[in-house]
Design a protein around this ligand. Sequence first.
Ligand code: PMV
Length: 364
Amino acid sequence: MVQASAPGKCILFGEHAVVYGQPAVAVAIDQRMSVELSLSNDWRIDGMSFHPDRHPHVEALKQRLWDLGPALSIKISGNIPPASGLGSSAALSVAASAALRCARGRQMVDDDWAEGWTAARPGSIYDGPWTSSKGDSVVNGADCVDEDECAILAHAVEAYAQGGRASPLDSSACAHGGCIVLSDKIEDNLNWIYTRSLNGVSWHVHSVDLSNIDDVWLVIGSTGIHAPTSEQVEKVANLIKEQPGKMREIETIGIVSRRGIAALMSGDMESVGRAMSENHLLLRSLGVSCPELEVLISAAAPSSLGVKLTGAGGGGCMIALTRNPKMTSEAIELAGGRTLISKLASDGMKIDNDGGTPLWNPYE
Ligand code: PMV
């Protein structure tokens, strides 16, 4: 049996403005999705027969990493609520990529990847399956699993499942963990990791080291309302068409995000919180908040450093940055929200069980 897991994410700064080229900041959260693989007589997911159209992410990964491989029984578990803007599908895709790669191994030529290498190159989008000539060795288990590869595969299959539209923010945060910044330019003061392009759009992906930050938590409050991201993005596009002056809000969100990033890097959490609350007011003025989000945000504010909606808005979730997670969580729950508590930047993808031997050797 092989098992891998990956975290969900939430957006600290820059949602919606990122669609217009401003930077967005996401952090990995403690809540995770886990994928367990074992050999089986027929393809199964959680004990039921596998239907490709019900599980488009898994199907797309199967085609890329397990073409002609033996049937598997796949078990999916986790504590990331689905369809709430917390990255559950990206976490599932990253964990499944990691588990499948671990279960098949990777061929090497001259100590380099014989396969998969081109996928990690800036600008490329993985569209496998990979084919390779015979290499001189095969690496198995956790050593052959790579965060970049999981991130690019997850981005490719998210785009496949969402009809070609997906930014690499979720897939990068869920694969690498920590704090990820997406921008339309390479940001001088940040650690650039790679550039991704899809359908003519390019994103530069950076990481920010938050390992020295402790004593502060995120409380995520869910309204329980499902509001599709595409509708909220369209709402903002229509608003800007009718009132071009609203572009100023988008640009100001960019300025606030950059200020938030600088505060994160210097560990000044009071300023991070202020920037989050300011970001929320700008999102509200773009029309993507809603009464239910406002109720949870008002309830959380007194015990928090900063509060804002997170993700697309119109429902979904809010976040509070707080030194009193218990108090903040209780306040949100009293106001009718469901809560999750997380550290600020959690660990990325992990192989939790490498199974000892590969489940399939495609290199014989
Ligand atoms: O709710 P999420 O996690 O899908 O975030 C949406 C973020 C937006 O900026 C609103 C849309 C986008 O594609 O970036």
